[in-house]
Every structure is written in C-alpha cells, then in structure tokens.
Design a protein around this ligand. Structure first.
Ligand code: XMP
Length: 328
C-alpha cells in the first residue's frame, strides 16, 4: 500500500496555503501516475469533499475526469446552479447534469416512514449514477471524497465506509481518493487553495437525503418548496447578520400539519415553519444558538410573507440529546 493511502503519523496538519499547495502538488503528481491516460468518474454533489476532489482532479487530468451531478430535487436553493457555474463554466469540467427531480419525487410520493425515505433516496441515487456510468465508455477509475475520519470510523466499527458508493457488480472501478488522508479542516484549506468559492468550502453540513429529512412525513412538492424557500431566507439573513460561519448548522423544517391563521382579514389554514440553529463540536452533543430577538422578528415577518403556505414560525430550542439535529 502506498503511503498516500495512510496518513503518516508525523504528517504536519495542513493549516496554511503553503502547506495546502505542497499537498496539492504532491497529489497531482500521484494522480497522474495512477490514472495515466484513463478516464475517471466522480459523483459531484456540490458538498465540500466531492467539490475539492473534482477541483483537484480537473487540475491533474483535465477532461479525463467525468463529473456527474445528480439533482434529486432535495438540494438547497441555488445549489445545482452553483455546481454548474463553478465546475462547468469556471473550471471547465466535463460535467454531466442529470435532472432526476421527477424520478425521485415520484418514488417518494406518499412514503411517510423516515427510514424508508432515506433508503429510497440512497438506492435511487446509486441507480441513477450507475445508469450514467453505463452510458460512458472507457471509465476505469471512480473518484471519491473519502476523508481520514471516514477511515478511522470504519476501522473503529462506528460507521461503514461507503466504499465505491455501493455500485453494482458490473461497475467495479479502481478508486481515486485524493483527500483520503486529510481531516475536514484540511480539506477546506486545500479547497480554498484550489480556488473554490468560500460558500462551497465553508459550507455547513448537509445530510445526504437533503431537504427530504426536513420535510417530515410524505414529501409533497409544495411543502418541499416551502422548506427550500424558508431555508434560503434563513441563510441569507444569517449571512447578513454575521452569523454565517459562526453558527455550526442552521436550517428550517416544515412539518406536515396545518393550523389556522389570518391574513388581510381572511382565514388561512397553513403549515408552520420551524427554525433550528445549533452549535457543536462532535455532533454527539449539540447546544442551541440563541438568536437575537430582532432577527427572530425579521425572520418571522419574511418567512410568513414570502414563503407560500406558511402562516406561523416556531423556534426549536431543544439540545441533543434528547433531540437529534435532523427531524428524520
Ligand atoms: P443527527 O440528526 O443524527 O445529525 O443528530 C447529526 C449531523 O449529521 C447530519 N446528518 C447527515 N449527514 N447523511 C449525512 O451526510 C445523512 O444521512 C445525515 N443525517 C444527518 C446532520 O445534518 C447533522 O449535522
């Protein structure tokens, strides 16, 4: 095993642009050696790890990298557009964009069980990605955004490492894992050095099943849209008020029940929108961020007037434990 697969015990923590630059140069040389003139496939979600892997591989092997971005309809507002803008337009990536929104939402229609929803989203994702892979000729490698904590956790038996993304038997590729020996903070510094935008590199965590777990119960397109729009308002206001990058994770949830309200003297019967803003270091225990009262008032006003279907805003003040971060 090459020592690039295992983090050397004496490896200096990457904390500066100079250290990131040296790491990138070393990895690029290694990737070129490993891949030669063959093609590499990458599922590019727009998350930190896959984005940094894409940027690194574009630098190393250019259009021998084929990126596939699957839009499952559960992404945040503006995310698919940003992936296309940054990777296809600015970095010149060979990017296949798959609009699978209807496919996912049709499969999820009427499904209320949280675990079943997660399972459908995960397995449908692999199926869509495998279909795209089969259309391509000459792919020999699969790039993955595996990072060092994934390896440590899978060794400790905490979490199965999603090796090769669970692709079917006929699609067995050799792995390319250029950030495998890095910790998350190092991946961000490397990403910044590769020229990725701050809002991609310093993104808050976002679950694989996306907004699906923030639209509890059976997902409907209108309620999902209310989650997406309220999340966009929350992110905008956190950025404007200097909370972006300070609060660890913040999002909205639109539960599947309605309550009575009144607008312009007329009765309404609409959903509430729940705001959740939390801080943590290890995600095992989480505390709640206490937002300034003025900001809360402003959020209530914006969300109830700008988001269709919302007539109430609630704030979730529950730490973990007893609550988890996400609702499903
Ligand atoms: P919970 O809800 O378990 O969330 O307290 C802890 C952290 O993990 C994130 N999360 C996920 N991340 N895939 C992910 O990549 C998932 O399925 C998933 N579920 C939860 C959650 O956003 C929080 O930061």
């Amino acid at each position: 095993m090459d020592n690039r697969n295992v983090r050397p015990e004496d490896m200096e923590r990457i904390t500066t642009p100079a250290l990131a630059k040296a790491f990138i140069e070393d990895q690029i040389e290694y990737i070129k050696e490993q891949v030669g003139d063959k093609k590499v496939l990458l599922a590019l979600s727009g998350g930190v790890d896959s984005s940094v892997v894409a940027a690194m591989l574009i630098k190393a092997i250019g259009d021998q990298l084929v990126c596939v971005h699957v839009n499952h309809g559960l992404l945040r507002k503006g995310e698919p557009e940003q992936v296309i803008k940054v990777f296809r337009e600015e970095l010149g990536a060979n990017l296949i964009y798959v609009d699978a929104v209807d496919r996912f939402l049709d499969k999820l229609a009427g499904v209320t069980d949280p675990e079943e929803k997660r399972h459908i989203i995960g397995s449908e994702f692999i199926e869509v990605f495998a279909e795209e892979a089969r259309k391509l000729d000459g792919i020999e490698f699969l790039a993955q955004g595996t990072i060092w904590p994934d390896i440590l956790e899978s060794e400790a038996g905490i979490k199965a490492h999603h090796n090769a993304g669970g692709l079917p038997e006929d699609l067995k590729f050799e792995l390319v894992e250029p950030v495998r020996i890095l910790f998350k903070d190092e991946v961000r510094i490397v990403g910044k050095e590769l020229g990725l935008p701050d809002n991609m590199v310093y993104r808050q965590p976002f679950p694989g099943p996306g907004l699906g777990v923030r639209c509890p119960g059976a997902i409907t397109r209108d309620r999902l849209e209310a989650v997406r729009e309220s999340d966009a308002i929350l992110r905008e206001e956190f950025a404007k008020n200097g909370l972006e990058g300070k609060v660890w994770q913040y999002f909205t949830v639109v539960p599947d029940f309605k309550s009575t309200g009144v607008t312009d003297g007329k009765r309404t019967f609409n959903w509430p929108c729940i705001i959740r803003a939390i801080n943590t270091t290890d995600v095992m225990e989480v505390t709640v961020e206490h937002l300034p009262a003025e900001l809360i008032d402003h959020l209530v006003s914006r969300i109830t007037t700008e988001v269709a279907g919302i007539n109430r805003v609630l704030i979730d003040y529950t730490p973990k434990p007893p609550a988890t971060v996400e609702y499903e």
